[in-house]
Design a protein around this ligand. Structure first.
Ligand SMILES: [Zn+2]
Length: 153
């Protein structure tokens, strides 16, 4: 009888951190994103199905919350400490805000997916089973297409 290990769910903080750096929250090896904000359908390393995630609008809300606190604080500090011309501030702060928001959007979305995984939300309740080693079943099922040898009758 083969021994199979029961898959264990990764903890909350580790799942958030793995998602934040764009890795699979379950194994930490596979990539989470296929494109900028497009989550891959499944992890290529462990097979965790990622298409269940429902990040929806939470990542932009979190990014707005973070960016607004950082930029608001910096604007208040520069206004009170320095005499910066208005045209400089009108040129610097919007660009800084945009770059900070775009830079944080993917990591925050990854962390939200990691949060949903850690809490077992939506389709993340089921964990991927350990992949079996390729055995004789795959070679037996393989030749069944147009390239398969045809029987002569
Ligand atoms: Zn994985």
């Amino acid at each position: 009888m083969p021994t199979t290990q029961t898959p264990t769910r990764t903890g909350l903080i580790r799942s958030l951190a793995r998602g934040f750096i764009g890795r699979c929250p379950h194994c930490g090896e596979g990539k989470l994103f296929g494109r900028f904000l497009k989550v891959r359908p499944h992890c290529e390393a462990c097979g965790l199905e990622l298409h269940h995630h429902r990040a929806d609008d939470l990542p932009p809300y979190v990014v707005i919350f973070i960016v607004a606190h950082i930029v608001g604080y910096l604007i208040l500090e520069t206004e009170s400490a320095y005499d910066v011309p208005l045209w400089v501030e009108m040129g610097v702060w919007p660009v800084f805000t945009l770059m900070l928001a775009l830079g944080l959007l993917q990591p925050v979305k990854g962390a939200v997916v990691g949060l949903q995984y850690a809490l077992g939300m939506h389709g993340f309740a089921a964990l991927p089973q350990a992949r079996p080693a390729p055995g004789p079943e795959e070679t037996r099922l393989a030749p069944a297409g147009p390239g398969a040898p045809a029987s002569r009758t």
